[in-house]
Design a protein around this ligand. Structure first.
Ligand SMILES: Nc1nc2c(ncn2[C@@H]2O[C@H](COP(=O)(O)OP(=O)(O)OP(=O)(O)O)[C@@H](O)[C@H]2O)c(=O)[nH]1
Ligand SMILES: [Mg+2]
Length: 306
């Protein structure tokens, strides 16, 4: 039988990893699941977060680029080898926040996987900051489940406006048959939630339509990531006090849009998972010991080439 797969897409920091972990806890606890985690940077934080949260997870990391373009061949190879390497029933793929999901859907189909859903997480608080980016719009356009996440951070009235805006993006960017203008994903669900929690029917009753080879061939990926730069900072453990680090965070430049890391501070007993997204940040306990502190930062390159 073909293996079933789910693709989690969504812009940087929208809640993909958080949602996948929650979904596994809620609905796939007794299933054999393999994860592919793709990070734009050379260091994977998400792989560590997932392995710290889900016991015995098979995790394959594909880093330093996006699986939809630069690492497309690597994704092909990983997927081809996966079936002989691991015993699993479900495959969950988290794309990098700068990936388009459709080339991944297409690869999965061509290798004989079933794709159940493409689930797109939207950061309801911050998406306005990059709502003009075509990549964000195509992520929505190619998905059959759109999750308005971080609803806890906005009011009811704003939530209604967000929903209307996202529906209008979906209607405009939904994949279409070039000849007939017909929507390729005519039915889609919109879910409002926090921390990526999803209702069970998403995993029981939905399935994204299976597209034909001709339809798939129409959609070649053409995007580039020249407008983003990533940097990795390594510190020895206990090199800083937490407050010193928070001061650094307070002076992050405006074009630093997403950062995450695992750090061990002088004055905190346990390592902390650090998450920064468009000006907001959090620390959470990280359950394992670490040998060095690491922070990965993604900057929007604002230099314009004329
Ligand atoms: N307040 C709030 N925070 C959330 C919610 N969902 C996720 N977060 C936080 O947002 C931050 C980013 O979440 P992730 O799950 O790492 O996001 P991601 O999309 O996987 O990020 P990348 O893989 O780096 O693109 C973390 O600090 C999460 O705890 C939510 O619904 N509400
Ligand atoms: Mg993630």
């Amino acid at each position: 039988m073909n293996k079933k797969s789910y693709i989690f897409t969504g812009y940087l920091g929208s809640g993909k990893t958080t949602s996948m972990i929650k979904v596994i806890e809620d609905f796939f606890k007794n299933k054999k699941v393999t994860f592919i985690v793709n990070e734009f940077g050379e260091v994977s934080i998400d792989g560590k977060v997932i392995s710290g949260s889900i016991a015995n997870a098979n995790i394959v990391e594909i880093n330093e680029g996006c699986v939809c373009c630069v690492l497309y061949d690597e994704l092909n190879k990983v997927l081809s080898d996966l079936q002989s390497k691991y015993d699993f029933e479900y495959l969950f793929i988290e794309t990098s926040g700068l990936s388009e999901p459709f080339p991944i859907y297409s690869t999965l189909i061509s290798l004989g996987f079933e794709v159940e859903s493409i689930i797109c997480l939207v950061d309801s608080l911050n998406y306005k900051k990059y709502a003009d980016d075509d990549l964000f719009r195509y992520q929505i356009g190619a998905s059959n489940v759109i999750v308005l996440n971080k609803i806890d951070l906005i009011g009811v009235k704003r939530a209604q406006e967000v929903k209307e805006e996202i529906v209008s993006i979906k209607e405009k960017y939904n994949l279409k048959n070039f000849l007939t203008g017909e929507y390729l994903i005519p039915k889609y669900e919109i879910v409002e939630t926090s921390y990526g929690e999803l209702p069970e029917y998403i995993f029981k009753d939905l399935k994204i339509p299976l597209l034909s080879k001709e339809q798939l061939d129409h959609f070649q990926d053409k995007h580039s990531h020249q407008s983003y730069i990533q940097e990795v900072f390594n510190y020895p453990v206990n090199a800083l006090y937490c407050q010193q680090f928070e001061k650094l965070v307070g002076s992050f430049p405006k074009n630093l849009v997403r950062a995450k890391g695992i750090l061990k501070f002088k004055d905190v007993d346990i390592p902390l998972l650090f998450n920064y997204s468009y000006g907001n940040y959090t620390f959470q306990e990280y359950p394992e010991d670490i040998e060095q502190s690491v922070v990965v930062a993604i900057y929007k390159n604002e230099l314009k080439v004329v």
